[in-house]
Ligand binder design. Structure first.
Ligand SMILES: Cc1cc2nc3c(=O)[nH]c(=O)nc-3n(C[C@H](O)[C@H](O)[C@H](O)COP(=O)(O)O)c2cc1C
Length: 188
């Protein structure tokens, strides 16, 4: 028997995405975003609020990168979600992290995070129920340490953080449970 919990954002896991941008003076900002996901084969949708420094930067520079935060960088990833570049001049510098300009888009790549999507702004969708920043992914780059012997990203090596919206926890997922588009074949 299930117990009613009311209206909740009951999706788990949510990603822990690091959105990195430049402002008009070339200053780096990074924010934490869990409300976001792939929305087409080469597009990512980020549900980020208008007042963030990040959103302002994206509107001006029309580019950003999205990194996957991993377990060993959790503290800084969280910091990027509780401090704002709007009122902390040295938000990025405080972390001691390294940013290098992407050679694909006008946005910084943060060295410490293991995987990055380099994005051009495709559109900002604003409707009654939606405020989405949509990026066109023009390249993905990953540290060799998270690739398997075939050059594919290995989730077991990535150690990506997952956000739990029920209790605001960060988790790392366990091992592989099965193969998609395959586990159900026996019932066909
Ligand atoms: C775990 C976590 C997830 C977050 N996800 C989002 C999100 O998806 N959308 C959003 O607008 N803000 C989100 N935030 C809040 C922003 O990261 C936060 O307001 C940040 O200070 C914005 O930084 P900026 O002003 O430098 O861009 C999240 C914060 C945390 C800690």
């Amino acid at each position: 028997m299930k117990k009613d919990l009311g209206v909740l954002q009951a999706v788990y896991p949510m990603p822990v995405l690091m959105i990195a941008t430049y402002d008009e003076d070339g200053k780096v900002d990074v924010m934490n975003a869990a409300w976001g996901n792939i929305c087409a084969s080469d597009k990512i949708a980020l549900f980020i609020s208008e007042p963030h420094k990040t959103t302002k930067n994206i509107r001006k520079l029309k580019a950003f990168t999205v990194s996957i935060a991993d377990q060993s960088h959790m503290d800084v990833a969280d910091f990027f979600g509780i401090a704002s570049g709007n009122d902390m001049e040295d938000k990025f510098e405080r972390t001691g992290y390294t940013a290098v300009k992407s050679d694909k888009v006008n946005a910084p790549v943060i060295d410490e995070f293991p995987l990055v999507m380099e994005c051009e702004l495709a559109e900002i969708v604003e409707t009654e129920h939606l405020h989405a920043v949509v990026g066109k992914i023009v390249n993905v780059a990953a540290d060799e340490a998270v690739l398997d012997e075939n050059g594919k990203v290995d989730p077991a090596r990535l150690n990506a953080l997952a956000f739990d919206n029920f209790q605001s926890g960060y988790y790392v997922l366990g091992g592989k449970a099965g193969q998609a588009w395959n586990a159900g074949k026996g019932i066909m």
